[in-house]
Ligand binder design. Sequence first.
Ligand code: CA
Ligand code: CA
Length: 227
Amino acid sequence: MRLLALFFSAVFFTSGALAVGPVGRSLIFPAESDNSYVQMTPLKEMSMKAITLCMRVAMAPCGNPEVILFTYRSKNADELNLWRLEDGSLNLYLGTSNFKDSVYFQVPKLGPLETHLCVTWDSNIGATTIFMNGRKSLTKIYKKGHKVPKGGKVLLGQDADTFLGSFDRTQSFVGEIYDVNMWDSVLATSTIREFNLGIEVPRGNIFDWETVKLKFNGKVDVVKQEL
Ligand code: CA
Ligand code: CA
């Protein structure tokens, strides 16, 4: 009898741990544009010496050489930009728009099937890693000692080349993106794996998709999405 009670409490605990709340809004960028974007308001200033940025993303096929996935732009620079290049590589730029000063990962190409994508970076060592559907890439060393400054704006859908302007339609994002969360720390690999599976993890302290304030511009459709 005691064994049975243990069994039931174990089942209860497991299903409790797997409880997943609705993640809410999913953003659909239906076509190339130079004016459709969604601005995300951070929960605190984005002065960061470590990063975990995650999103669920599916992309329309496109022949453009580079497609923007995430933009954090200050008056001075592209402070934190994530790109998908035509060969499928994912490129992270911190404080630069210069390709030679970015770090890239030759990973399977994002496409129409949704991918849970995370990137982590730690200034102490410069350790930078990509996670796709919970699978970890090799770690590369990038921008050791760098600090991402506060005071910029975060956009989905467009890359800014001036402070929230100079958008290029051939760099715009076309597809679906949601569950964009960000921390100013590096999450454990096991936590990122759980997040990929939809298991509840501590919500982002820079962006929490369930509560983030979004500002829309141009044509972006919103659908309800649950995990
Ligand atoms: Ca640009
Ligand atoms: Ca730019």
